[in-house]
Design a protein around this ligand. Sequence first.
Ligand code: FMN
Length: 160
Amino acid sequence: MKIGMIIFSQTGNTLSAAKTLKIRLNNEGQDVEIQRIEQADENNRDPKKIEIKNMPQLNIYDALIFASPVQAFSLAGVFKAYLQKIDMIEGITSFCFVTKGMNTKGFGGKKAIKTMSDIISVKGGEVKSTAIICWGKKDIRNLQTAMMVEDFSKQINLLN
Ligand SMILES: Cc1cc2nc3c(=O)[nH]c(=O)nc-3n(C[C@H](O)[C@H](O)[C@H](O)COP(=O)(O)O)c2cc1C
């Protein structure tokens, strides 16, 4: 299967988790492409006016994995703006994960996942599984990354 991993990563954490998942999926024979979303106008701080540098074609993939950091207790503005601009992804099985700093409830993980899942559903994608990875403590980060990798790869292999 051809899998698109569409990610935003400001400081590299989300990218690192995405690479761990890619290694696992590659080992299982999947063809995975990581597409990194970037903001075109880096200096703009108005979330309503965020422009995206690159809009990768999504309908070439059999499954999509969307990933972003939590910022300001919610989904990163850049990724929210990106998702709102994507074309319809009717019927494409989708997965989402977020990384966040705090290993405490109420710091935006669930809200970010809900925002992400809601927009993907509006665009016609079918969200199969989601995950939240707290990056602050290494042992928790590694455990939650391993659980995400296990779950997503299992679900993706069932699609074959
Ligand atoms: C501007 C900014 C805002 C952030 N806001 C939150 C937040 O509200 N809640 C949280 O748990 N972590 C927050 N963080 C921490 C990031 O979510 C966390 O470090 C994440 O893993 C970064 O992912 P990245 O390296 O892919 O950009 C914030 C980080 C930045 C830079």
